[in-house]
Design a protein around this ligand. Structure first.
Ligand code: ADP
Length: 219
């Protein structure tokens, strides 16, 4: 079974949960969306096939909605930390194998992990870090994909313009690799050792965080 064929229960339809539920549905994943605010549920009813008003801290309500049959759940409740923790612990009790939970702080995230969430995401924290790289550096986009590895969208530095990438020694000298390139008016494509960059190009670089952060300073 492809990952997108695994149904997902999404609890808490705030900004995070609602975007997530709609994107899953758009990708063809079956979604059961739950929120305790009837207004929120009404507003989204036309966009999602399975949606219900219920208090997710009530295990009976979760049982009645068939939540125990799901293997994957997302808890999008954030600001009500108590409800987030309680809901996550009920999903653990219902033996949902794959539980994703949103945290509003590192401490909140640590608690969610302790009680059994399999994946904890810190969207605001992560977005803050990401935007800092765009505001403070010369990156047009940035994402840390692991503790010490990142991808960034930026411009080519002078020393790699006009020479085939394979001959620039970029990885050896600066520790990063150009993985994709977009010339003006064209789409992004894979970079190869023969790719010759121009000043107006956009590039995606990959490498250890410190090296990726340093790269635009070489411009
Ligand atoms: P965001 O920042 O993504 O908007 P919020 O934490 O503000 O996230 O929103 C969380 C959503 O979770 C809200 O729509 C709220 O009604 C819902 N919610 C909070 N507590 C419960 C609960 N006990 N059961 C179901 N839904 C809940």
């Amino acid at each position: 079974m492809a990952d997108k064929d695994i149904p997902v229960v999404v609890i808490g339809l705030g900004r995070f949960g609602s975007s997530l539920a709609l994107e899953l549905a758009r990708q063809g994943t079956e979604v059961l969306a739950i929120d305790h605010r009837p207004k929120v549920v009404q507003a989204m009813a036309g966009q999602l096939t399975h949606i219900a008003t219920a208090d997710a801290t009530d295990i009976e309500a979760l049982r009645q909605l068939g939540v125990p049959d799901f293997h994957r759940a997302v808890v999008g409740i954030g600001s009500d930390i108590e409800a987030s923790i309680l809901t996550t612990s009920l999903l653990v009790e219902l033996e949902i194998a794959d539980i994703w939970a949103k945290a509003v702080s590192r401490q909140h995230g640590r608690i969610l992990e302790r009680i059994g969430a399999t994946h904890v995401v810190l969207p605001e924290h992560d977005m803050g870090e990401r935007v800092a790289h765009m505001v403070g550096g010369r990156m047009l986009d940035y994402i840390a994909v692991d503790e010490n590895f990142a991808l960034a969208k930026t411009r080519p530095i002078r020393e790699i313009v006009g020479t085939p990438l394979g001959e620039t020694g970029l990885r050896r000298k600066h520790g990063v690799t150009v993985v994709s390139v977009k010339s003006e008016g064209e789409e992004f494509t894979y970079a190869t050792p023969d790719t010759v960059l121009q000043y107006g190009d956009l590039i995606i670089i990959a490498g250890p965080i410190a090296k990726v952060e340093r790269f635009p300073e070489l411009l």
